[in-house]
Design a protein around this ligand. Structure first.
Ligand code: ADP
Length: 507
């Protein structure tokens, strides 16, 4: 066996992505070290790791976002490198710098390219200079409504106000006319300051019914860049993805080639190192524009792995260890079709509000072409502190049609009992003609989804479980009893009653 590139790697993350990274590390002969917060003491990623190191209390600001504690854990573990996963500190340039300063390898890009791509305005300027098409709009921040109105008139309404340091679908506001501008500027600026500690905002064209397309890239940090084709991520709620697929059903070979070339140019412009994703939006005439670059592993990376037949985490580790790019462009091809369904602890009956609870029963689908990346297990209590994404179901077929058939079967087999989640939503989407024909935009759920249509997707057993959950909600016990102890937030604001009525109507 080849000598492993590192002896030990610490994963500065939690949940499904920590578990997924551990699997590859183990396959490479590397000792996988996890970190965990107090409520994650018995989480799957903690239990499955070769070694696990405590970080502190539940809130991310006291655990998974603490650079000092993570570096200390890596030192205690005598790890050689840190993999940041996605979210948390993965796009924090100061963290990347601190890791290198501690004499450890950061499995990701340089702090410098993270800084340059991390700010949407700086990224827009770099892309413009590199000849990559950007969404029509400004490349400098606007500070007052008059300047924003002037820009909007030139671009044409509607426009989008966007926080330069924004992320996670937050810090964006659509403006339809000049009289909405003053209050929109003020509100977006204050939200941006609160959420991202940076009040700068800019104006760009609001694309009415866009598709979200993105390209996976890998760079060696010396100007050599490969692409691993595109992913279509237009099934979204609240500007966040729920279903992704590869290849995109909505583009032809010519657009695909142009899109992938633009992504390679984008990554080359910053001498990108490691795995990254260049995001674009496409309008109804197939014009596509750069949105942003995510300088990390993406949640939806498995669809690319399935279609191209590679392990992206292994590639990240090899590049970080100085091994260069593992493949040549001409060796990479798309074969078959893959679709990913993100399983969230959230309530499709109640505008996707987060839900809490304990996994009383779990049965994941199995069989050919079915992959489960997951951070949950039976008995697991969904913690209140983190992103509600618990697992991802990825299906693969020789054709898109076969992938859909497999997805339909796997979703029907899937059981998570104990709390409200979004599996019924996925079962609904997969039956819609727009989805089946591959004609959908990022507005699809907002325009078409009707929760009253979900009931027909539920098995008798699921209806029983929902009825039980409903009775608890009505008795005022609800999901707050999910072992969150005294730290559980008041959940009444999520409108338990309204949701109970809604689900009640469906049963
Ligand atoms: P974030 O960094 O918060 O994820 P992005 O710029 O990547 O923000 O945009 C997230 C989503 O918001 C996109 O996938 C798309 O659905 C929507 N969006 C962003 N910019 C535009 C735009 N100019 N017009 C229409 N929709 C947009």
């Amino acid at each position: 066996m080849k000598k492993p590139p590192f002896q030990k790697v610490l994963i500065a993350n939690r949940g499904e992505i920590s578990v997924r990274i551990q699997q590859t590390l183990r396959e490479m002969g590397i000792i996988a070290c996890a970190v965990y917060s107090e409520p994650d003491r018995t989480a799957l990623h903690t239990l499955q790791a070769d070694e696990a190191y405590p970080l502190g209390p539940g809130p991310s600001s006291e655990s998974y976002l603490r650079i000092d504690k993570i570096i200390e854990a890596a030192r205690t573990a005598k790890a050689n490198a840190i993999h940041p996963g996605y979210g948390f500190l993965s796009e924090n340039a100061d963290f990347a710098q601190a890791v290198e300063d501690a004499g450890l390898v950061f499995i990701g890009p340089t702090a410098d390219s993270m800084r340059r791509m991390g700010n949407k305005l700086s990224a827009r300027r770099i892309m413009e200079a590199a000849g990559v098409p950007i969404v029509p709009g400004l490349t400098e921040a606007v500070s007052d409504p008059a300047a924003a109105i002037e820009a909007a008139e030139e671009i044409g309404y509607p426009v989008l106000l966007k926080a330069a340091s924004g992320g996670g679908g937050k810090g964006m506001r659509v403006v339809h006319s000049s009289d909405e501008m003053a209050s929109a500027v003020e509100r977006t600026q204050s939200e941006a300051l609160n959420a991202f500690s940076d009040a700068s905002i800019f104006v760009e064209k609001f694309i009415e019914r866009p598709r979200h397309l993105e390209v996976q890239v890998l760079g060696d940090g010396k100007g050599e860049v490969l692409h691993l084709f595109e992913r279509e991520c237009s099934i979204q709620r609240r500007h966040q993805k729920v279903i992704e697929e590869s290849p995109s059903p909505s583009i032809d070979e010519t657009i695909r080639r142009k899109l992938c070339e633009a992504a390679v140019d984008a990554a080359r412009a910053v001498d990108y190192r490691g795995a990254g994703t260049v995001e674009f939006i496409a309008d109804e005439d197939d014009n596509f524009y750069f949105l942003e670059m995510n300088t990390r592993l993406q949640v939806e990376h498995p669809v690319t792995e399935e279609v191209v037949g590679v392990d992206l985490v292994a590639a990240q580790v090899r590049i970080a260890a100085g091994g260069g790019l593992p493949w040549k462009q001409e060796d990479l091809h798309q074969r078959g079709h893959a679709i990913e369904f993100r399983v969230y602890a959230e309530d499709p009956w109640k505008n996707f509000a987060p839900s809490l609870g304990t996994v009383h029963r779990l049965r994941m689908p199995v069989g050919a072409g079915v992959r489960n990346d997951r951070g949950l297990r039976e008995g697991y209590q969904v913690p209140v502190y983190y992103d509600p994404m618990l697992a991802k179901l990825i299906v693969k077929g020789e054709t898109r049609e076969m992938a859909i058939a497999r997805g339909r079967r796997a979703l029907a087999d899937y059981r998570i009992l104990g709390f409200i989640h979004n599996l019924p939503l996925h079962r609904w989407v997969i039956e819609q003609p727009e989805f089946i024909e591959g004609r959908y935009s990022t507005r699809f759920l907002e325009e078409r989804f009707d929760p009253s249509e979900l009931a027909s997707n539920l098995s008798a057993e699921e209806k029983d479980a929902l009825a039980a959950a409903l009775a608890l909600v009505e008795a005022g016990v609800g999901e707050t009893s999910a072992g969150q102890g005294d730290t559980a937030p008041e959940l009444s604001e999520w409108g338990k009653k309204g949701r109970a009525e809604m689900i009640g109507r469906c049963l």
